[in-house]
Design a protein. Structure first.
Ligand code: NAP
Length: 633
């Protein structure tokens, strides 16, 4: 490879992760030297805060590293050295990590293989044989459910997976609206043990994601454990047999099966929220929710009203405006836009080439994205007690700085349209609602002549369209609801009856909580994935939470096996303490402080969805169940 080719590759790369990968692959720690230490406080600066000399040196080291790699592959030099991995993790993060943190990051890196494979629970130890039809029933074959089935299988525990759909994929199967794509970097939005270097785009589209999850289920050999087309109607704890009785709607009738434990992997965003707008039933045209996209509609010559401007709507509206005659967008609250120039870009060819050339580079690249997007940004959403500015505007100086930067971005995007600019700048702190990625597409969409943005409210829906609060009728042939999901109604509409006939939804009373996001007192051996207070807002991928929670479930079953117990029930005091801790920390976050409406809150206004702490805290608390926090049965 000549110097020009090397320079081109370097231009496409992320230098720090490339140096770490080269150091690992060549066994030469000097390729990640201490004078190129990455200061985490400067992670968001251009070139990570490296000055011109440091950049020059980094590039020279990459050239040297690539030459060394060629030599080591030819057997003329050292080869890969796995013992360097911990120190390279330290170097790449620039942080003062303890062993636990390092281990968590090594699991995410997984450059030497899947480090999250659980140890076997010895066959027959749990559950006692013949107690139930299945040791474990997993509800849902989406991202969390197939992972749970995989980890259980690795631990030697048999399970059945129950899904109402005809295939795996959950949200990625159901949401097929045009423009649907993952808004987390795709390398991070993937299982640590099942990484894919060659994502076609930095944020791949729904069919690609669905394909990935199908491929995982296939490779993991769990498809034959999945029963498709069955809907779980109810779960009832049978205290004498210590098992769950599960009633299913199978399409041809009802059926009852039993399981020693149930893992709910039903997601938070799978039940559409259809708003209660006066007159909606009178509308003469077609109307549907974004998660049930009507692919049979010929949009030409149609006038469309879209209600909502959240993450889903901002993905499909740019496509709709290309197809329909006219689109009226009804916005209640504008989202903050985060500039992401590569939002729709294919992965750089040079990067793909480097993934092929440098063993493990894709893993190091993924770890770097994970690190830079996890604790880096969330700190800007935490309240600073020293901040004396108005809380309705920002919760800390950093949060205010983010507000200024993102306002400047909007001013830049909409500067030539003051009428639109006045409508699109949010009046709540950054992070109080879900931020939306943008590469300029939202401004170019709203500026089209066939688009109108209405931001002063909806009075009612009439047969011919949507009447605004100002009395104007916006004629429409179709209404599309981009109005989100009933996120706070965890485990609905299943009826769940626990010990002594307790009803889960009455217990929660509209305000779901779970110890570690997983366990609820009175409901033994019921484990939730993506349960209450496990949603993340700006930092990283929800797959991380699914991995931690799936690990925890396996460890809970191991505890039962070790103690010769059949079931475990979380103690109410542990549950209350945990919920209070979540509430205390959420009350210090932008989404807990701001009164702006968001799907992060339950009807009572409590933040029932979000995780308010560093990601490492969830990893630590899901390593092993604390036996003192459970009653073993
Ligand atoms: P959402 O963020 O909850 O947005 C719903 C939109 O509908 C909001 O603009 C909301 O306004 C509006 N709305 C709701 N009820 C209304 C009413 N009665 N009248 C007028 N407007 C109303 O839902 P979403 O866009 O489907 O996104 C939900 C979450 O799914 C996202 O936050 C994200 O976590 C996830 N998601 C991920 C991806 C991805 O990764 N590819 C894509 C899409 C969604 P208000 O803001 O005023 O409430």
């Amino acid at each position: 490879m000549d110097q020009d080719q090397i320079e081109r590759l370097i231009g496409a790369s992320d230098l720090p992760s490339l140096l770490a990968a080269l150091a690992h692959a060549t066994g030469d720690p000097d390729l990640a030297p201490s004078d190129l230490w990455l200061d985490p406080a400067r992670a968001l600066e251009p070139e990570d805060g490296w000055d011109a000399d440091q950049l020059k040196r980094a590039r020279a080291l990459v050239s040297a590293g690539l030459a060394r790699l060629g030599a080591s592959e030819a057997g003329e030099d050292r080869g890969p050295d796995d013992s360097l991995v911990p120190s390279l993790i330290d170097w790449l993060t620039g942080a003062d990590l303890d062993d636990g943190y390092r281990r968590m990051l090594a699991e995410e890196l997984a450059v030497t293989g899947d480090l999250r494979i659980p140890e076997q629970i010895r066959s027959g130890e749990w559950p006692p044989r013949a107690a139930s039809d299945h040791p474990v029933a997993v509800i849902g074959a989406g991202m969390s459910g197939i992972l749970a089935a995989h980890r259980l299988k690795q631990a030697g525990v048999d399970c059945v997976v129950l899904d109402k759909n005809s295939d795996v994929g959950g949200t990625w199967l159901e949401n097929t609206y045009p423009g649907c794509r993952v808004d987390v970097f795709n390398h991070v939005y993937s299982y640590s043990g099942e990484q894919r270097p060659d994502w076609p785009e930095y944020h791949s589209s729904q069919p690609v994601l669905l394909d990935y999850f199908r491929g995982c289920a296939q490779r993991w050999g769990i498809r034959d454990r999945i029963r498709f087309g069955v809907r779980v109607e109810s779960l009832e704890w049978d205290g004498s047999a210590r098992r769950w009785v599960i009633r299913l709607e199978t399409g041809s009738g009802t059926e009852e099966i039993t399981a020693g434990a149930v893992v709910s992997a039903v997601g938070q965003l799978n039940r559409p929220l259809m708003p209660d707008i006066e007159g909606a039933g009178s509308f003469a045209g077609e109307q549907f929710h974004s998660s049930s996209w009507r692919h049979d509609i010929d949009w030409q010559r149609l006038r469309v009203a879209v209600i909502g401007t959240g993450a889903s709507a901002l993905q499909f509206i740019p496509h709709l405006v290309e197809l329909a005659d006219h689109v009226t967008v009804f916005q209640r609250t504008p989202p903050w836009l985060i500039p992401r120039p590569v939002y729709h870009e294919p992965l750089a060819e040079g990067l793909l080439r480097l993934f092929e050339l440098v063993p493990g580079y894709a893993h190091w690249f993924r770890l770097r994205l994970f690190w830079c997007t996890h604790e880096g940004t969330v700190g800007a959403l935490r309240r600073d007690p020293a901040w004396d500015g108005p809380l309705e505007r920002a919760v800390s100086p950093r949060n205010d700085e983010a507000r200024k930067l993102l306002t400047m971005y909007l001013e830049h995007q909409f500067g030539d349209r003051p009428d639109l600019l006045a409508k699109v700048v949010p009046d709540y702190p950054v992070g109080a609602k879900r931020v939306v990625l943008d590469n300029g597409i939202w401004a170019s969409t709203l500026k089209r002549p066939n688009v109108e943005l209405v931001s002063d409210g909806i009075a009612r829906i009439e047969p011919d369209g949507v009447r605004g609060s100002d009395g104007r009728l916006h004629s429409a042939d179709v209404i599309v609801y981009g109005t989100g999901f009933r996120a706070s109604e965890f485990l609905m509409p299943m009826r769940v009856t626990g010990r002594d006939g307790a009803d889960l939804h009455e217990t929660w009373n509209g305000d779901a909580r779970a110890y570690n996001g997983v366990c609820i007192p009175g409901f033994p051996n019921l484990f939730c994935l993506y349960g209450p207070n496990t949603n993340i807002v700006v930092n990283g991928s929800i797959i991380y939470f699914a991995e931690c929670a799936a690990h925890y479930v396996v460890e809970c079953l191991r505890l039962l096996a070790e103690r010769g117990a059949t079931a475990m029930d979380c103690r109410p005091d542990a549950y209350e303490r945990y919920a209070a801790r979540m509430d205390e920390h959420n009350s210090q976050m932008a989404w807990g402080i701001s009164p702006v409406n968001s799907w992060y809150k339950s009807a009572s206004g409590r933040v029932a969805q979000n995780w308010p702490l560093p990601l490492i805290d969830y990893w630590r608390q899901t390593r092993r169940p604390d036996p003192d926090d459970f009653e073993l049965l």
